[in-house]
Design a protein around this ligand. Structure first.
Ligand code: NOJ
Length: 558
């Protein structure tokens, strides 16, 4: 595979509402982001991906767009965005915008006109008459991904519209060429302004099977087999790809739930690929069944198997998009790691995924070890999907209220959305006003400022790991993945072997147990050099809880 900047990049994800408030209204904004560009740059990252900044009623915090051409006034203006864009470019960082085109907000002008039957917009969305004698039965049995019905009746139009997410997020009809032209216009607008590419939200859902047939009778996400991916996905993606290709060096990342490496390669392999990479989900299922709400004990063996699958199948062909956190996932230390060994496990998880082949993504606050919030009551949650999942679970009548609350505490996306903890002053330095959302009380111990000056902090560990990944790009980014001790329940040991002969050996005890280091040590070559570790001193006979070490071995000479 040829060497490309987007394969080597490390991307920092900003979820704007909770990143930094610059004007004291309690809501993160572009002014706050501008203040922190030097900080982002200091991590050693090459690009920033902004979760949606567009005008939106915020039912799904920006993933419900009401105006694709304007910045959400709570975040600032288009000029403020331009200042951030220029500021990032001046610091040598690229900027990736979120592009949400599977659906819009129901407050978008297109939807309002479509509902009113305006001939120009009539087919912009997926409308169907009701079924049954009274015409009020759903057009099919599909369910939304945010659990609940997939259809909503619209009185004005006298028809149902499809929404695969919240009721306020009607799905666009990409089968309508006029809709695709709108998408292209939007893309060109931001590309002309200078953005470097898009992260395309649930992009694999944009094409729905003709006739919208009923789905398998599943209790959730029913109908998915008819749109994930749909029949015309590649065709539509090709059109959007052609737009991006009108510009130099821009990039497209696609969010792809349920994706397998084999299917991913249909979209991301070779010169004629329609996306540069895809965000898979499987590796986020090592402690659950499909979604984090259906919790299972964390299984390192499962995780290793998934990584092995993606790393080996994409090798030399496609680029992995490596992440362990984002705005949709609870904090990783609270899932795959341990709050008791917060920084040890945070550094171990950082080590685990930094040296995997592919591009690297770091979510705001991940670098300092932010953890889940200790929720006490339903009022503490704000995410639309938390409430729809709660409703579905209540309807099933299998779980007690206490159990549902416990599930939410562990699994809710809200966990990722607490304000970034900048320092130990009031509101973690996020705002001088009243924060729009609860600040995790652990900010007193877990914050950027405290970690800046501590050479052993998780923040500085991330900086080091990010730099090492680049320094040893041959092995770390392009190398062949070689998994050892596949069946071991606590040890994650792998090599990455570069074409230039460099071999990296990654050894991690991903558990709270103290283990013998004998099995792992076998894989450290003689004369190798340790380049990263989260415990001081050399490796001993024991591997302590979450002990992580990386060695560099030169196979050829040195
Ligand atoms: C995926 C996004 O990451 C998530 O935050 C959003 O709720 C859904 N897509 C719907 O846009």
């Amino acid at each position: 595979m040829s060497r490309q900047w987007y394969n080597e990049m490390c991307v920092y994800q900003v979820w704007p509402r909770s990143f930094k408030d610059g004007d004291g209204d309690g809501i993160g904004d572009l002014k706050g982001i501008l203040e922190k560009l030097d900080y982002i740059k200091s991590l050693g990252v090459d690009a920033i991906w902004f979760s949606p900044l567009y005008a939106s009623p915020q039912k799904d915090y920006g993933y419900d767009i009401a105006d694709y051409y304007n910045i959400n006034p709570e975040y600032g203006t288009n000029e403020d965005f331009k200042a951030v864009l220029d500021g990032a470019h001046a610091r040598g960082m690229r900027v990736i915008m979120d592009l949400v085109i599977n659906h819009t907000s129901d407050q978008h002008e297109w939807f309002k006109r479509s509902a009113a039957g305006d001939p120009q917009y009539k087919d912009y969305y997926i409308w169907r008459p009701g079924k049954g004698k009274d015409g009020k039965k759903f057009p099919n049995n599909w369910m939304a991904t945010f659990p609940g019905d997939g259809w909503k009746w619209n009185e004005e139009r006298g028809e149902y519209y499809l929404h695969l997410f919240a009721v306020e997020q009607p799905d666009l009809n990409h089968d309508n060429p006029a809709v695709r032209e709108e998408v292209k216009r939007i893309m060109r607008y931001w590309l002309d302004m200078g953005v470097d590419g898009f992260r395309e939200d649930v992009i694999t859902y944009i094409s729905k099977k003709e006739g919208l047939p009923n789905g398998f009778p599943l209790p959730a996400a029913r109908g998915m087999e008819h749109y994930s991916p749909g029949p015309n996905l590649k065709k539509y993606l090709q059109e959007y790809r052609d737009v991006v290709k009108e510009y130099e060096g821009r990039l497209q990342l696609g969010e792809a739930p349920m994706m397998t490496p084999k299917n991913a390669l249909k979209y991301i392999d070779g010169e004629d690929r329609v996306l540069d990479m895809m965000f898979g989900f499987r590796h986020m299922e090592a402690d659950c069944f499909m979604i984090s709400w259906i919790r299972l004990p964390f299984s390192l063996r499962k995780l290793k198997k998934i990584y092995n699958n993606w790393q080996t199948k994409l090798y030399g062909r496609g680029i992995n998009a490596n992440y362990i956190e984002n705005h949709d996932q609870p904090r990783n230390i609270s899932r795959y790691g341990s709050e008791k060994y917060r920084f040890e496990s945070g550094k171990a998880l950082c080590t685990m995924y930094t040296f995997l082949s592919g591009a690297q993504f770091v979510y705001q606050g991940q670098e300092i070890g932010m953890t889940n919030l200790d929720y006490e009551k339903w009022d503490d949650f704000v995410d639309v999907s938390t409430f729809s999942t709660k409703k579905l679970l209540e309807k099933l009548k299998i779980f007690s209220q206490k159990k549902i609350m416990k599930m939410a505490k562990y699994a809710a996306r809200d966990n990722a959305r607490t304000p970034v903890q900048w320092n130990a002053t009031a509101n973690a330095g996020f705002t001088t006003g009243t924060p729009w959302y609860t600040v995790n009380p652990n900010y007193v111990d877990v914050n950027v400022e405290a970690q800046e000056n501590d050479p052993n902090s998780q923040l500085n560990f991330y900086r080091k790991a990010i730099a090492l990944r680049k320094e040893y790009a041959d092995a770390a980014i392009y190398g062949q993945f070689n998994l050892h001790l596949k069946g071991h329940r606590q040890l994650f040991v792998y090599d990455k072997i570069g074409e230039n002969g460099t071999k990296l050996t990654v050894i991690i005890n991903l558990s709270e147990k103290t283990l013998s280091s004998k099995k792992a040590k076998k894989y450290i070559y003689p004369h190798s050099k340790e380049i990263l570790s989260n415990y001081e001193g050399e490796i001993g006979d024991k591997l302590r809880p979450y002990e992580a070490r990386v060695y560099k071995n030169a196979l050829l000479g040195e």
